[in-house]
Design a protein around this ligand. Structure first.
Ligand SMILES: [Zn+2]
Ligand SMILES: [Zn+2]
Length: 215
């Protein structure tokens, strides 16, 4: 297994390329911006792209989906509860903030909690962990987890965006941190990678030192 990444766009979003070196298949997770750079990352890996997996559909995570689809024509996977972002709200945000945004087709496949996804011989499990976004999912397997904007090194994803939900976020963090072994490496949507154990020991939102309040 190999994991490459690029940090893209004004939100400094992390896009990951997960490659199964045994089969030569890869999936790209959250192609958020700078389509040309991401296409180049995928091409230079030498792997055959098999799909796009989305943790959620905020604009900073889907801004290069159209560019990737045009180049590789692979199915886009998304939890249906994030469809409002995918089909409408991200495009609206682009207009509001004056960001270039190409509306992608699809999505093509629905993700669900507990579902198993394959990348060549690799197996990843989908965990639905809403709060930051209603359809946010984490992809976990082989000692690593791609958690999108659920858990960051020292922080968590915001819950004050449209369709965000602090109570769901609190429950999702507890479930996620409780289910994954401490040594699991978390590759988040923003900022550096971390481990579940490190966050359990030091992240104020997991220690209960900082609380999310419902407005
Ligand atoms: Zn987000
Ligand atoms: Zn984000």
């Amino acid at each position: 297994m190999r994991i490459d990444h690029r940090t893209v766009g004004p939100c400094e979003e992390n896009c990951y390329l997960l490659t199964d070196e045994d089969s030569g298949h890869a999936v790209v997770i959250d192609p958020g911006d700078e389509g040309d750079r991401l296409v180049e990352m995928i091409r230079s890996s030498g792997a055959t792209l098999a799909g796009v997996w989305l943790t959620h559909a905020h604009i900073d995570h889907i801004g290069a989906v159209a560019a990737v689809k045009r180049e590789f024509d692979v199915p886009v996977h998304l939890h249906p509860l994030d469809l409002p972002y995918y089909t409408e709200l991200s495009a609206r945000a682009a207009v509001m903030y004056g960001i270039d945004f190409e509306q992608p087709d699809g999505p093509d496949r629905e993700l669900a909690d507990g579902q198993e996804l394959q990348c060549g011989t690799l197996r990843f499990t989908v965990m639905h962990v809403p709060g930051h976004a209603p359809g946010l999912v984490a992809f976990t397997g082989h000692g690593v987890s791609f958690g999108g904007d659920l858990l960051f090194a020292g922080s968590i994803g915001r819950t004050d965006l449209p369709l965000g939900n602090p109570a769901d976020m609190t429950a999702s963090l507890a479930r996620y941190a409780g289910a994954l072994p401490d040594e699991t490496v978390v590759h988040p949507g923003h900022g550096p990678s971390t481990t579940i154990g490190r966050e359990k020991r030091s992240n104020p939102f997991l220690l209960g030192a900082a609380r999310l309040v419902r407005r």
